[in-house]
Design a protein around this ligand. Structure first.
Ligand code: ATP
Ligand code: MG
Length: 235
């Protein structure tokens, strides 16, 4: 059984009289423990697709099964609980709260889950340790480098022990060296912890870390490419 299965997914945005067909019939199936990349020109629908996969938004039509449950028939409560239970998000630009320390940011999803303080601290410290930031827990985002901020965002995605990580341009704001270290971290998460990863990227080098690349064009998946295996130890 695939972890997620999308059939004939469309997404239409209505802006006054104008209709934007952001997705026009996407079919996609991703197995547990897969690591895949999504590429495509600006405006081709990548973020829209990721938001639907992440239950942040509903499709206009089509069927989406996540972990064998139909997402399109879920209400808001069910959507947010599937999201909280199994998905970690890593956004471009990090989305960290500037008045909270690294630890405070990583704790946030645990607060939403009602996890008690001591346990929160312990889990968050562990997640920061996993991303190599054990000695930066008290730093505010402004006191961290771009790569470190992205690592905090990854720790925040990891702290709930998600089955699935969705990353929109996880290296987009980073120099290539720092980007590479983030990719190594993703590889470890995939290889060692079996986390399923779907990443959107503009960068062909970054896309190579996934086992496959879905190429999007005008709201559709145009082609699926199997990656060379030159990068990564899990092929
Ligand atoms: N909330 C919205 N309302 C109206 N149109 C939208 C909305 N969000 C996205 N769109 C449109 O849908 C299309 C797909 O947008 P999307 O953000 O998915 O593209 P993308 O592939 O992620 O692009 P980029 O690489 O620039 O991030 C675009 O034409 C965009 O203008
Ligand atoms: Mg986008």
């Amino acid at each position: 059984m695939p972890l997620l299965e999308l059939q004939d997914i469309t997404k239409v945005y209505h802006l006054g009289d104008v209709e934007v067909n952001a997705l026009v019939g996407v079919n996609l199936s991703i197995e547990e423990k897969e690591y895949v990349s999504i590429m495509g020109p600006s405006g081709s629908g990548k973020s829209t697709l990721l938001n639907i996969i992440g239950c942040l938004d509903l499709p206009s039509s089509g069927t989406y099964k996540l972990n064998d449950k139909h997402v399109e028939s879920m209400n808001d409560m069910e959507l947010s609980s599937s999201r909280n239970a199994m998905i970690g998000f890593v956004f471009q630009g990090f989305h960290l709260l500037s008045n909270l320390s690294a630890l405070g940011n990583v704790e946030l999803p645990l607060i939403y889950r009602g996890i008690p303080r001591n346990q929160r601290k312990e889990l968050s410290e562990k997640a920061l340790e996993k991303v190599g930031l054990k000695d930066r827990t008290k730093h505010l985002p402004t006191q961290l480098s771009g790569g470190q901020q992205q690592r905090v965002a990854i720790a925040r995605a990891l702290v709930t022990d998600p089955k699935l990580i969705l990353a929109d341009e996880p290296t987009g704001a980073l120099d290539s060296h720092t980007g590479e270290s983030i990719m190594h971290l993703f590889q470890e998460l995939n290889n060692d912890l079996g986390v399923t990863i779907i990443q959107v990227t503009h960068d062909a080098n970054v896309s190579e870390y996934g086992k496959k690349t879905f190429h999007m064009m005008d709201g559709k998946i145009e082609k699926i490419e199997s990656n060379s295996g030159l990068i990564g130890g899990n092929r």
